[in-house]
Design a protein around this ligand. Structure first.
Ligand code: SIN
Length: 534
């Protein structure tokens, strides 16, 4: 298989305009903002974000942030639930860090003024799938992510050491001699620029746009993961892509999430015949782990030849539904649906990538001075299936550790190494075809259910578009499509390697877990694939 070219563009660093900062953060969601806020006391921080800073997955998160803060809860129970959802592939040390440090980080968010919901003078704790206790803090009912993002963004705006560069897309990481020196960026006017940094943090979120329907925002094209791979960083667990079970199916909405917390309050799933089906699939019924619910829905849809099942909230107290889920209620009403009266048509859609850039528990990657946090990273904590509402938590726990690590080490001085690259040809084929083909291939062959034949077909179909990568990206969309094409190919390769079913990775030709696969696949550009035991 031909390797991907190292960079998306030809360049000579000596000829590029440049700026310098102590810490470059790529991404403006919870992971990027929290790292910046924790580091800004002692470092100059530049946050580069390719769109408006608020257009991030954090802003769309509904359900909440999990933390063992309830009276009947404990760190041990949170660890147990995280490991159980991860289907034997979560790293126990990472799960212990997440659960143990979570309450402290969440209390800090409270101290910073994030308005979590209270009921009867106590924190209101929601219930979601595969949690053995109510432990999901929420804000504005179902607007948790937006409340957190606004709080962090307002705080960042008041920090003189934090500078946000919006509408600036990072194309590639500048790496020489195994060290990262910052990144090449595309400025809002389309020109190339170098941002040199003493340390770089990837907080660029996920890659939901690999699939045609996703809960992710338009910016989620896996740029961080793709650029890290091109730079030689280790990436891991790529085959595990989580589909959220309940995404609204309506011509007037695309990828609108109906939070799992709705099922936590008692909503049930019904098929087209009106039958409640989840009790037949799992003892926890609607609150089974996400992968189980998503596959059950897909099976019911296939059995009945329909494009959706229904989420039924009509038996719940209408006042509670309006108060607890105001975003969902108002969005549905705008579309002519009333959750108090109508069953909501839903289907699974791409939601969260468990795989990412491999890091240790301090967020360090395999490249010196390059860190990764949030969805772009893979600490191993989520294993084969992320526990609901552990992602906002990961976005503060592990990035808090990144900031600690940055502040406790001596950041090295800039060396620019006269980097240049001329490996790409001029010109290039039209892009539209690959842009549309990648999500279609992924949905058909590398979606909720996979098999060897389909994965081979996907690999061959992706190969057709590979020559595109020999030409430079001339703008944001061209860079995004190249990143998606690369990730699609890596994800397909990892899915073909894992000849078993585990968590979110379901193989119809190997429908059971296989103990021989209690290991993870680590990929790195130009290196042999590596298998590491859990
Ligand atoms: C949800 O609210 O159902 C999504 C939360 C998550 O993905 O963790």
């Amino acid at each position: 298989m031909k390797e991907v070219p190292r960079y998306l563009v030809n360049f000579s660093l000596a000829r590029l305009p440049r700026e310098e900062t102590d810490i470059l953060i790529i991404g403006s969601g919870i992971a990027g903002l929290y790292t910046a806020l924790k580091a800004a006391g002692r470092c100059r921080v530049a946050i580069v974000t390719k769109d408006d800073p608020g257009k991030c997955a954090t802003d769309l998160a509904q359900g909440g942030i999990a933390a063992a803060l309830g009276e009947a809860d404990s760190v041990e129970l949170h660890v147990q639930d995280t490991l159980a959802a991860g289907a034997g592939l979560s790293d126990p040390a990472a799960a212990a860090v997440l659960a143990a440090e979570g309450p402290g980080r969440v209390r800090e968010l409270m101290d910073w003024g994030i308005p979590f919901d209270y009921q009867g003078g106590r924190l209101a704790l929601g219930q979601e799938g595969a949690h053995s206790r109510r432990r999901i803090l929420h804000a504005g009912g179902d607007a948790t992510g937006a409340a957190i993002w606004q709080g962090l963004a307002a705080r960042a705006a008041g920090e003189k050491n934090i500078r946000i560069l919006p509408e600036t897309m990072v194309l590639d990481l500048l790496v020489a001699g195994g060290e990262c020196y910052g990144a090449l960026v595309l400025t809002p006017d389309g020109s190339l620029r170098a941002v040199l940094a003493r340390a770089t943090v990837l907080a660029s979120g996920g890659a939901g746009r690999l699939y045609p329907v996703t809960t992710n925002p338009a910016v989620a094209t896996g740029d961080g993961l793709a650029m890290a791979y091109r730079a030689g960083a280790e990436v891991m667990d790529l085959e595990f892509y989580q589909f959220h079970p309940t995404v609204l199916v309506h011509p007037g909405s695309h990828g609108f999430l109906i939070t799992e917390a709705v099922r936590g309050e008692g909503a049930v799933l019904r098929n087209q015949a009106g039958e409640r089906f989840m009790p037949g699939y799992h003892p926890s019924a609607e609150l089974a782990p996400r992968d189980v619910v998503a596959r059950a829905i897909a099976r019911e849809m296939a059995r009945q030849g329909s494009g959706s099942v229904f989420l039924d909230l009509t038996h719940l107290d209408g006042k509670l539904v309006e108060r607890r889920f105001p975003t969902i209620t108002s969005t549905c009403r705008r579309l002519g649906l009333d959750p108090r009266r109508d069953w909501l048509p839903v289907a699974p859609a791409a939601h969260y990538h468990m795989g990412g850039v491999r890091t240790d528990l301090s967020g360090r990657t395999s490249i010196e001075s390059l860190y990764a946090g949030g969805e772009a990273a893979c600490t191993g904590v989520h294993g084969a299936n992320r526990l609901a509402s552990n992602s906002l938590l990961e976005g503060v726990v592990f990035t808090g550790r990144i900031a600690d690590d940055l502040l406790n080490r001596k950041l090295r001085h800039f060396t620019t190494h006269g980097l240049e690259y001329n490996g790409l040809r001029e010109g290039g084929p039209a892009l539209e075809e690959a842009g549309a083909a990648v999500p279609a291939i992924m949905q058909r062959r590398v979606g909720l259910a996979r098999d060897a034949e389909g994965l081979a077909e996907a690999a061959a179909a992706l190969e057709v578009h590979w020559p595109l990568l020999d030409y430079p990206a001339r703008g944001r969309r061209e860079a995004e499509v190249r990143n998606l094409l690369l990730l699609a190919r890596l994800l397909t390769r990892a899915a073909a390697w894992r000849r078993e079913s585990r968590g979110a990775h379901y193989r119809t030709d190997f429908p059971e877990p296989d103990a021989a696969y209690r290991k993870r696949l680590v990929l790195a550009r130009g290196k042999e694939d590596r298998e590491i035991p859990v």
